[in-house]
Design a protein around this ligand. Structure first.
Ligand SMILES: Cc1ncc(COP(=O)(O)O)c(C=O)c1O
Ligand SMILES: Nc1c(O)cccc1C(=O)C[C@H](N)C(=O)O
Length: 422
């Protein structure tokens, strides 16, 4: 028996034991998955939960087809953005009434960044008055933005800065404390880097932003549903994120916006549509903002996508996000161990931190000819994705990915780069 063959047999055996002991194992049955493939792209588009198709058929045929316009009230369509926000809130560590589901993440970044700099501007005008919140009396004209951000956030932040008379300062998240000053109005950061899978220090960075008298806006696209976030506990001001990755809401499912309770009264949306008016059906020419998280709404919600998301969230019933995190770390550790055993040294390099405190729920491997390697992986049934210039991304969604999947993916990777384990 060759050394590589023995290693493969022992890792495959360990994978089987780990799967047998996995408390989340049965969650996989709630998803439509092809057992012939290993799906490691849930950090881009989560798998389809089985219940969604029937629920969508009911929404279309009964709620829309039979009840028609009555469904806005009778089927709860109108209140869906807040109701579904409250379903997501516990996964983010947020109490009810602070999360609204609406629009895309990019649009919510715009709302959040502009609202944050408006609050900072208001603080400055209030001076040292008795209800001054923070940063009183300062001239704050900078928005610090994660230099390695998902591009959309950077584009939107720069546009928001131009509109509001601020300037964007790109800063690596770890350098934020040193870059903060009395000029900082707001800081926009990604919780998990979309390319490397690095998890940033949300509690520490939020505290530093507050210390400087500024507002912290977090993009949770790659952490919502993957790990505990603790929005309320860590004092985050505003947060956004998408629901089609680890929350499995489906392609283009609407994003969420968190507005901390204490800021809701001051949340001045740059997109004040009729859906966030205190009296939407009053059809008043003057805008008066609704109370609560509903201030984050703009226009008519996309009900079909939104109700698909609501149904998808049922897979979380009885599943604590802490258990998901525990399995995510075990899975990514195990995948790295299998890659080290099967793939020749030097052929790939992990750009995802080894330290658990710095790792999201994906492994990103730098590799020569990464685009071609990913094509070969997909052809052999292992679905990850490629992010230019040289990164192979493997997303681990603990609700439906198992340890045998991780072992198989590493073996197929070795094969795809030309070193099949014997
Ligand atoms: C970190 C991050 N932010 C923002 C976005 C953009 O989201 P949306 O397409 O919903 O605007 C994505 C993914 O597309 C993302 O990964
Ligand atoms: N939002 C996406 C889409 O509409 C099509 C394809 C991919 C995506 C993505 O989610 C990309 C993703 N945010 C990323 O991390 O790369």
């Amino acid at each position: 028996m060759s050394g590589a063959g023995a290693a493969a047999r022992s890792l495959a055996g360990r994978a089987a034991e780990l799967d047998a002991a996995d408390p989340l194992r049965s969650s996989r049955d709630a998803f439509v998955l092809d057992d012939a493939r290993v799906y490691l792209d849930g950090n881009s588009l989560g798998a389809l939960p089985k219940a969604v198709s029937a629920r969508l058929r009911d929404v279309v045929e009964r709620e829309w087809g039979e009840l028609g316009i009555r469904s806005w009230s009778e089927s709860g369509w109108w209140s869906a953005p807040e109701r579904i926000g409250d379903r997501i809130a516990p996964l983010l560590g947020a109490a009810a009434g602070q999360v609204v589901v609406a629009d895309s993440t990019s649009v919510n970044v715009f709302k959040a960044v502009v609202a944050a700099v408006r609050m900072a501007g208001e603080d400055a005008v209030r001076g040292a008055g008795e209800d001054a919140v923070r940063g009183a009396g300062e001239e704050r004209d900078e928005i610090l933005v994660d230099a390695s951000t998902f591009p959309s956030d950077g584009y939107v932040a720069r546009s928001a800065a131009r509109l509001t008379g601020h300037r964007v300062v790109p800063v690596e998240p770890g350098e934020v404390p040193a870059a903060l000053s009395g000029r900082t109005a707001a800081v926009l950061l990604n919780h998990v880097d979309f390319r490397t899978g690095r998890l940033h220090d949300l509690p520490g960075l939020t505290a530093a932003v507050h210390e400087a008298g500024a507002y912290a806006v977090w993009d949770l696209c790659h952490s919502a549903g993957a790990l505990p976030v603790g929005l309320d506990a860590h004092g985050v001001d505003l947060a956004v994120g998408c629901t089609y990755k680890f929350l499995n809401g489906g392609p283009g499912s609407p994003a969420f916006l968190y507005v901390r309770e204490e800021h809701q009264r001051r949340f001045d949306s740059p997109l004040p549509g009729w859906n966030s008016h205190v009296e939407p059906f009053g059809m008043e020419p003057e805008y008066e903002a609704a109370v609560g998280a509903a201030r984050g709404r703009v226009g008519t919600p996309d009900i079909l996508s939104m109700l698909a998301l609501e149904s998808a969230l049922d897979v979380w019933d009885g599943v604590p996000v802490e258990a998901v995190r525990e399995k995510s770390l075990a899975l990514t550790d195990f995948f790295l161990e299998c890659v080290a055993a099967y793939v020749p040294e030097g052929a790939v390099e992990s750009v995802t931190p080894a330290a658990h405190a710095e790792r999201g729920s994906q492994i990103a491997l730098r590799c020569e000819d990464a685009g071609k390697v990913m094509e070969r992986l997909i052809a052999r049934g292992v679905v990850g994705d490629y992010r230019p210039p040289d990164v192979l991304r493997f997303g681990f969604t603990p609700l439906y990915v198992g340890f045998a999947d991780a072992e198989r993916a590493a073996a197929v990777l070795a094969d795809a780069i030309g070193a099949r384990p014997a």
